[in-house]
Design a protein around this ligand. Structure first.
Ligand SMILES: [Zn+2]
Length: 313
C-alpha cells in the first residue's frame, strides 16, 4: 500500500476526533505534521492565534482550517497534491535566483509564467529576488520599465498588491526616501495587507527616521499577533538604528522573547544597534540587504539580517 495513504488515513482519523482544527503540512515531506484542535465556536482571535503558532514552526509549511464533519480522504489527497505543487514552485524559485536580471525583469513585465508557477506566486518571487539580490545590477532602463509596469492599471486585487510591492521597493532601490514617504502616504489608507511587510522592509533599508513610520513599526512589534511581521518590523528598526529611539528598544525587549538561540542573538544585536552611535556601524561585507543566497539560508550569518556590522577596532 502507498505509504502516503496510510499517513493520510491516520491524519484523517486525528482530524475527525476534533471539533474543528487547523492542519499543517510540511512542504519538505509533503505530509500532515500537525493538527491543532479548535473549538467549533472558536472566535476569530482564537483562529488567528492558531495561525500565529503555526507561523513559528518554520517557513516550509502549508496550513488550512478544516471542518472535520465534511473532510474526506480525497480532500486530504488533494491538499497533499497542492503541497507538491508548492514544492515544485520552490525549486523554480531557487533556480530563478541565478537567472540573469534581464530575463527576470522580462518575465515579470510580460507576466509569462508556466505551470506550476503562476502569476500570483511568480510575480511576488521575482520582485523579491530582484530586490534582495540584484538591485545593484538593475540598469536605469530596467528601473524605468519596472516603474512603468508598477504604474499601469491593475486588473484585480492581486495585481494591485504586486504593483504596490514593486512601487515601494523601487523607491528603496533608488534610495529615494521622499518617494517612499509619498508611496507610504498614498497607500496607507488602502494598502493591501500582504504589502505591509514589504513597506516595513523598504522603510528599514532606506533608514526612514520619520516618527510616524517608526511609531507604526513599534506598534507592529507590541500589538502584532503574527511572528513574521514582528521580526520584519524588528529588522527594520535595527537597520534604522539610533533614530528608532529608546521606545523601539523597549518594545523589542518587552515583546520579542528568546524563543530560540538565534532570535536571542538577533534581538540583542538589534537593541545594541539602536542604542549605539550610527558611526560605529559599517555596511556588512557579506551581503546586500541582510539576506543571502536563498539556497543557503534566509538571513546573513555575519550581520544576522541587519546588513550592518560593528566597526572593528
Ligand atoms: Zn550581512
Amino acid at each position: 500500500m502507498d505509504g502516503n495513504i496510510v499517513k493520510n488515513q491516520k491524519a484523517l482519523q486525528i482530524i475527525k476526533e476534533t471539533e474543528f482544527c487547523y492542519v499543517v503540512w510540511s512542504l519538505d515531506s509533503n505530509e500532515v505534521i500537525k493538527v491543532i484542535p479548535l473549538s467549533k465556536n472558536s472566535t476569530i482571535e482564537e483562529r488567528i492565534l492558531a495561525l500565529a503558532a503555526d507561523s513559528e514552526s518554520g517557513s516550509h509549511i502549508m496550513g488550512r482550517f478544516i471542518d472535520p464533519a465534511s473532510i474526506t480522504l480525497a480532500d486530504l489527497e488533494a491538499e497533499q497534491a497542492e503541497t507538491r505543487k508548492i514544492d515544485k514552485r520552490r525549486t523554480i524559485f531557487l533556480s530563478w535566483a541565478h537567472q540573469p536580471v534581464d530575463s527576470l525583469v522580462k518575465t515579470l513585465i510580460c507576466q509569462e509564467f508556466r505551470e506550476p508557477m503562476d502569476s500570483f506566486h511568480g510575480s511576488d518571487y521575482i520582485i523579491e529576488i530582484l530586490y534582495d539580490f540584484h538591485s545593484e545590477q538593475l540598469t536605469a532602463t530596467h528601473i524605468d520599465a519596472l516603474a512603468e509596469f508598477a504604474r499601469s492599471p491593475a486588473a484585480d486585487q492581486f495585481m494591485m498588491s504586486v504593483r504596490q510591492k514593486l512601487e515601494c521597493y523601487l523607491t528603496a532601490i533608488r534610495g529615494d526616501a521622499l518617494a517612499f514617504m509619498e508611496v507610504w502616504r498614498h497607500h496607507h489608507e488602502h494598502i493591501v495587507i500582504s504589502v505591509w511587510e514589504d513597506m516595513m522592509k523598504a522603510a528599514g533599508d532606506l533608514r526612514i527616521s520619520d516618527p510616524e513610520i517608526i511609531a507604526e513599526l513599534i506598534s507592529a512589534i507590541s500589538r502584532g499577533v503574527f511572528f513574521n511581521p514582528k521580526v520584519v518590523a524588528m529588522t527594520a528598526l535595527g537597520k534604522i538604528g539610533q533614530p528608532a529611539g529608546e521606545a523601539a528598544a523597549l518594545a523589542i525587549e518587552q515583546n520579542i522573547y528568546d524563543s530560540s538561540e538565534y532570535l536571542k542573538e538577533f534581538r540583542h544585536r538589534v537593541i545594541d544597534r539602536i542604542r549605539s552611535r550610527d558611526d560605529t556601524w559599517v555596511k556588512c561585507p557579506k551581503c546586500l540587504r541582510g539576506v543571502v543566497n536563498p539556497e543557503e539560508s534566509h538571513s546573513c550569518l555575519t550581520c544576522l539580517g541587519l546588513a550592518l556590522v560593528r566597526k572593528s577596532g
